[in-house]
Design a protein around this ligand. Structure first.
Ligand SMILES: Nc1ncnc2c1ncn2[C@@H]1O[C@H](COP(=O)(O)OP(=O)(O)OP(=O)(O)O)[C@@H](O)[C@H]1O
Ligand SMILES: [Mg+2]
Length: 145
């Protein structure tokens, strides 16, 4: 694991934006999230949880949102705890009923409808900001134990 001074959010792991426009961007996004989680010293299990969560969100932005942008950031809370934060935003149709969209088994597409609910269970913080006709931003944080 890297010593804390090497994982300073301002110097070594700057916030990065990744476009989610094409199929291959999904893989690039996964790799970027994995690399950041490794650099931030997350366990292999936590890396996998974070990458799985990110993967669901970028896939949603790609499939339901018509493409978007993923932002990765190493964040700290008031007590200095480090976390990996991700936001995935798109300018797609938005979600009219968030509660319904979060429910396992609900899908307007060909999926199983487990993406959003599953993602929420994999992370510590989960917020959806969506406006019908305007787009959707999902932000997540996984704190480092
Ligand atoms: N970025 C988004 N823009 C618009 N609608 C979305 C977005 N993300 C999710 N939704 C809506 O919420 C529903 C549930 O999303 P969820 O990820 O849980 O399931 P899914 O994508 O349909 O299937 P799965 O992820 O299991 O393959 C989607 O079917 C879609 O209607
Ligand atoms: Mg999904």
């Amino acid at each position: 694991m890297l010593p804390d001074e090497l994982t300073d959010p301002e110097r070594d792991i700057p916030e990065r934006e990744h476009p989610v426009r094409a199929e291959e961007d999904l893989l690039t996004a996964r790799h970027a999230v994995r690399a950041t989680a490794v650099a931030a010293g997350f366990s292999i299990i936590d890396q996998t949880k974070i990458v799985t969560a990110a993967s669901e969100l970028v896939r949603n932005a790609y499939i339901h949102g018509g493409g978007g942008t993923m932002t990765i950031a190493v964040v700290r809370d008031g007590r200095g705890r480090m976390g990996l934060g991700l936001s995935v935003r798109d300018d797609g149709p938005g979600i009219t009923d968030v509660e319904q969209a979060m429910a396992d088994g609900f899908s307007t597409g060909a999926g199983l409808g487990h993406g959003l609910g599953g993602t929420k269970r994999l992370v510590d913080e989960f917020t959806i900001d969506t406006t019908p006709g305007r787009g959707t931003t999902v932000a997540i944080v996984r704190w480092k134990p």
